[in-house]
Design a protein around this ligand. Structure first.
Ligand code: UDP
Ligand code: MG
Length: 134
């Protein structure tokens, strides 16, 4: 069934000119770029987006990092888009990411791991709304 998910190309990847290479992986796997924009979010937006992680020890660094430079927010559309994007991303820690996944190819570390992807259809709706409602 066709669904939508939010992908972020995070600041570490934007900074290294990897936008095109990452989008190519999505398109090669039949995910459609439904909406896309480059945006530099502020710390307040970052805290809202990552609110689910607010109790984690890495929360402050995570919010500082995601607001440290421009990112590319993308709405991906296609069959099984949420899980397909997660599979293409690979594990959170690039050391555990399977060969050929985005994080295996491009991530620097567990914190600078190049991409975000919604983890469920419900969260995808919330995250897309946060980035693309106005
Ligand atoms: N993160 C981190 N340190 C950790 C775990 C996570 O800096 O020990 C960061 C990392 O950027 C990750 C984000 O927090 O992408 C959200 O964590 P989550 O567990 O949701 O991983 P994801 O869904 O991105 O794979
Ligand atoms: Mg997550």
């Amino acid at each position: 069934m066709s669904e939508k998910t939010l992908s972020l190309i995070k600041p570490d990847a934007v900074e290294r000119n990897l936008i095109g290479k990452i989008i190519q992986i999505f398109e090669d796997n039949n995910l459609i770029i439904d909406q896309m924009k480059k945006i530099h979010v502020d710390i307040e937006f970052a805290k809202k987006f990552y609110a689910i992680h607010s109790s984690k020890p890495f929360f402050k660094d995570l919010c500082d990092y995601i607001s440290s430079g421009p990112l590319v927010a993308i709405v991906l559309k296609g069959d099984n888009a949420v899980q397909k994007n997660r599979d293409l991303m690979g594990s959170t820690n690039p050391k555990d990411a399977k060969p050929g996944t985005i994080r295996n190819l491009y991530a620097i570390s567990i914190d600078k791991n190049s991409v975000h992807g919604s983890d469920s259809v419900e969260n995808a709706i919330i995250e897309i709304d946060l980035f693309f409602k106005n």
